[in-house]
Design a protein around this ligand. Sequence first.
Ligand SMILES: Cc1cc2nc3c(=O)[nH]c(=O)nc-3n(C[C@H](O)[C@H](O)[C@H](O)COP(=O)(O)O)c2cc1C
Length: 291
Amino acid sequence: MWCLPTVRPNVSEMFKCSSSLRRFHSPMLKQATAARFSTTSSSPYLPPLFSVAPMMEWTDNHYRTLARIITKHAWLYTEMIAAQTLIHQQTNLTGLLLVLHQDRFLAFSPQQHPIVLQLGGSNVESLAKAAKLSHPYGYDEINLNCGCPSPKVAGHGCFGVTLMLNPKLVGEAMSAIADNTNVPVTVKCRIGVDDHDSYDELCDFVYKVSTLSPTRHFIVHSRKALLGGISPADNRRIPPLKYEYYYALARDFPDLKFTINGGITSVSKVNAALEKGAHGVMVGRAAYNNP
Ligand SMILES: Cc1cc2nc3c(=O)[nH]c(=O)nc-3n(C[C@H](O)[C@H](O)[C@H](O)COP(=O)(O)O)c2cc1C
């Protein structure tokens, strides 16, 4: 049995922390980025210290170009791309970085490194093929979306956040993706879905995915998803954030890395999460609305 911390993290304490932009240009962040690139089998895997979340129709090439002017070190995620789309579009994939006008699916300018490709899908073969198709572009990491509650995504079989209900499938998919790439593979998930919201079920998901595949890093949007008809936007607002689930995962799986996501809206909150022990922090809406 897994258990939550007996003392709930004191959120107001988390927010009492000096805010300083210097942190983002600090030698610590530079070192973390350099260390991550030079990871060998003998050195431990390091997750990005700070990243900008994947956001459909928001974190496109234009936004990422702007973001990279602002920050050299933040990790940038693509919008989610469905594995099936890449397969259908494979004749339009050039395999070259700089042909953005011809290849709007995978091409990006080299300045955007470090950059993560987020895939969506649940068919193991399609995800493997999509990972293979993305290989020539040189993404720094491949991430699987296990958090999207959109009925367009989650409503069509096992895709997005509904994947959390099938950890074995996610483990197999991650293993197949890893077999077709030489970069780290990661999962972005919620803390639960509908009534499947116990800490035990979340641990079961993390345990199965990490034992069935080389996934060592989970990005945790720390609220559950409600599939019963609320909009994707409300699903990012209504279910309450439960950061205690995130910190408990970081405590209970010492061999894995976890990035915290959800409701982090300022530099001081980023720093507070890092000081509290988060391995990495991902910011979504705030990084778009106030770059
Ligand atoms: C417009 C929009 C589009 C999003 N698209 C995706 C997506 O493609 N993949 C994904 O994993 N999450 C997506 N998300 C969720 C964000 O990545 C993030 O988990 C969520 O916004 C919570 O973080 P925040 O409170 O810092 O915004 C999207 C969020 C927004 C606002």
